[in-house]
Design a protein around this ligand. Structure first.
Ligand SMILES: Nc1ncnc2c1ncn2[C@@H]1O[C@H](COP(=O)(O)OP(=O)(O)OP(=O)(O)O)[C@@H](O)[C@H]1O
Length: 328
């Protein structure tokens, strides 16, 4: 038997680990742009899934943002059909909405991926995010002053509107995915967005991370990813403490008791206030640390100030020793 090139083997091992013990008997669906990361992921999934008694499907999204994007999607779908994936889908999405084209494209893409995954009752959706993507995400989070939740970056597994989203390659480097594609004779598509300096992530990828590697050595990429793992573990504990505290405080009547909130550690209290605002209907994307800080000031720096305005048209006031939502 031919010896497996190490990158190919490493990626297969990572995919096998992610898929082992996955509940449900639907297909696993690879989200594939045609780039090296998701192409290497797709090839490994096509190999591993049948050995675990599963079918591997593939979905590629055409954002319609670049000339030739439809042809790229068709080429990926053609390749997937020949490679034995089933089902195979190329989905065209309309990219509109707030937050700039990058955020709007991501939103439209995930909506489409979830829709396809549900339609095929997929056991999971797989993306090709690598350790380098994770390190870039940590640097971007640091640069915008994120807290532990932001620095925890991307989880290996999360729920995406009821569909399990898996990222099997978070411990695999981009160099390995590129090497695997070369060994397997796959020709990845080079996304022009990845080198477009108008995107912050592209600048981090092209300039910031390579500069850190030159200055501090190649281990820095793994170190940044390790920071994310450690903060993910800590964030989980803090979130659980906050969920318990919120449930206790909520049980004690309408709104939240200022006395009970004051007794909490600041790191737990800010999470309680964030979770409460979400429960009230404030959209997550619009809820910022400034809103949470303003709610916190109603608790800890009360000088008779007026209402705190939250996204979603909510007004929170402090009345009779409680934080309550004021009727509009
Ligand atoms: N157009 C797309 N269609 C389907 N899945 C996509 C598409 N774009 C991105 N993805 C999924 O999201 C992951 C992350 O994409 P992103 O463009 O942020 O990173 P990347 O490192 O350039 O990945 P790749 O090399 O696979 O393009 C991809 O690996 C892929 O699984």
């Amino acid at each position: 038997m031919a010896t497996l090139a190490p990158p190919v083997a490493a990626i297969r091992v990572a995919v096998r680990q992610a898929l082992s013990g996955l509940p449900g008997d639907g297909p696993v669906l690879v989200a594939c742009s045609g780039g090296a990361d998701s192409l290497a992921l797709a090839a490994a999934t096509a190999f591993v899934a049948p050995r675990l008694g599963r079918t591997a499907g593939l979905v590629t999204v055409d954002h319609g943002l670049q000339a030739g994007s439809a042809e790229r999607a068709d080429a990926v779908a053609d390749w997937a059909g020949r490679y034995g994936f089933t089902p195979v889908e190329a989905v065209r999405v309309e990219v509109t909405g707030p937050g700039g084209p990058e955020a709007a494209a991501r939103q439209a893409r995930y909506r489409a991926l979830v829709e396809v995954a549900r339609r095929h009752t997929a056991a999971a959706l797989l993306t090709g995010h690598t350790r380098d993507d994770q390190a870039e995400t940590v640097l971007l989070a640091l640069a915008r002053g994120a807290g532990p939740r932001g620095l925890a970056a991307m989880p290996v597994r999360r729920d995406l509107d009821g569909v399990p989203l898996l990222r099997p390659l978070l411990d695999v480097s981009r160099e390995q995915t590129q090497a695997a594609c070369a060994v397997l004779g796959l020709r990845p598509w080079a996304d022009p967005h990845n080198t477009d300096p108008s995107y912050a992530r592209a600048r981090v990828r092209a300039d910031v991370l390579p500069a850190l590697v030159r200055a501090l050595g190649p281990a820095v990429v793994d170190s940044l990813a390790r920071t994310a793992r450690q903060l993910a573990a800590d964030t989980l504990v803090l979130d659980e403490l906050a969920a318990t505290a919120l449930a206790d405080i909520r049980d004690a009547g309408d709104g939240l008791s200022v006395t009970a909130l004051t007794a909490l550690a600041p790191a737990v209290r800010s999470r309680v206030l964030h979770a409460w605002a979400r429960e009230l209907g404030a959209p997550a994307a619009a809820l910022s640390h400034r809103h949470v800080a303003a709610l916190d000031a109603l608790v800890t720096a009360w000088r008779g100030q007026g209402a705190v305005h939250l996204p979603g048209g909510l007004r929170v006031v402090r009345r009779d020793g409680r934080l309550v939502v004021e009727d509009r």
